[in-house]
Design a protein around this ligand. Structure first.
Ligand code: NAP
Length: 278
């Protein structure tokens, strides 16, 4: 292999990539990088105004086209409708990135709200968003991949999946389920449909974003909470991740550079999962 051949693996010309939660902090960074690598990029999200603002930030001089489409990852009808819209404008979805997900304060324990008092609706909402919110898009957009015998799915797991973090039981359990489902679907697709359908996941460590800012920083001073300090103390690289930190592993897993990789969950965590704490 030479540099030209290596670079060609990361040229996504004529490839249509769908990013669920693509208007969010991490999804939008990935979507933007894909635009820069010539992909046709479709952002599926509930907030269409935000999705439009994200698209307006994309690089301008590129080969691919970008679009946004309304979709709720927990509503099958909206996903089927989105699929029809995408098919009409772009043809098939070649690559699906499931970035919609996250925790919610109401499903988080605190001195005021013990585990025993967490409301069932909050537990269900976080569990559903992170597990079903990945499974349902895999059904909707994976069906086309099974018919064509080709495709790539990338799920977004978390450090919580390997060992649960304190305070966020539903989120931890749902992300652990994502790791399991990623392996399950990888085997299912390869054995029943095609070895050219690959399913992998990234497991980001700690990125300071809107969904965890309330846990990691003090809302008045912006100083690190005890939890924020503890995370950095357990991260050998001694920093939080930035959204760009996800790009190398993401591009590798969705490109032919990883043609023999399926069912893998790749930590992107500054060494957090490797560190015993001593
Ligand atoms: N941030 C971290 O440190 C971290 C670490 C590990 C893993 N992750 C995972 O990385 C992924 C992206 O996280 P992020 O930090 O980028 O979160 P984010 O900024 O909240 O982005 C998530 C996006 O998904 C959308 N979304 C939520 N529910 C949806 C639904 N039912 N249908 C369609 N879209 C929906 C959100 O829209 P709304 O604004 O309308 O809710 C938002 O635009 C998540 O799976 C998260 O669990 C994040």
């Amino acid at each position: 292999m030479n540099l030209e051949e290596l670079t060609a693996l990361y040229d996504f010309t004529d490839c249509t990539v769908l990013v669920t939660g693509g208007a969010g902090v991490l999804g939008s960074e990935i979507a933007c990088a894909l635009v820069g690598c010539n992909a046709n990029v479709v952002i599926l999200d509930r907030d269409q105004e935000l999705a439009q603002r994200v698209i307006e930030q994309f690089p301008k001089v590129v080969k691919g086209r970008s679009a946004r489409v309304f979709g709720d990852v927990l509503n099958v009808d909206s996903l089927l409708q989105a699929n029809e819209t995408i098919k009409a404008e772009f043809g098939a979805v070649d690559i699906l990135i499931n970035a919609a997900g996250g925790n919610h304060p109401s499903a988080t324990t605190s001195p005021e709200r013990t585990f025993f008092d967490l409301p069932v609706e909050a537990l269900r909402q976080v569990g559903d968003l992170n597990l079903l919110g990945t499974m349902l898009p895999c059904q909707t957009f994976g069906r086309g991949m099974s018919e064509r015998g080709a495709g790539v799915i990338l799920n977004v797991s978390s450090m919580n999946a390997f060992r649960p973090l304190t305070r966020i039981p539903a989120y931890s359990a749902a992300k652990a389920a994502i790791n399991n489902f990623t392996q399950w679907l990888a085997v299912h697709m390869a054995q029943n449909y095609s070895p050219h359908i690959r399913v992998n996941a990234i497991a980001p460590g700690f990125f300071l974003t809107e969904q965890n800012r309330f846990l990691l920083t003090d809302k008045d001073t912006g100083a690190l909470t005890m939890r924020g300090q503890s995370i950095l103390a357990h991260t050998p690289m001694n920093r939080f991740g930035t959204p760009e930190d996800l790009l190398g592993a993401t591009m590798w897993l969705i490109s032919p550079a990883s043609a023999f990789v399926t069912g893998a969950v790749i930590p992107i965590d500054g060494g957090f999962s490797a560190f015993s704490g001593v």
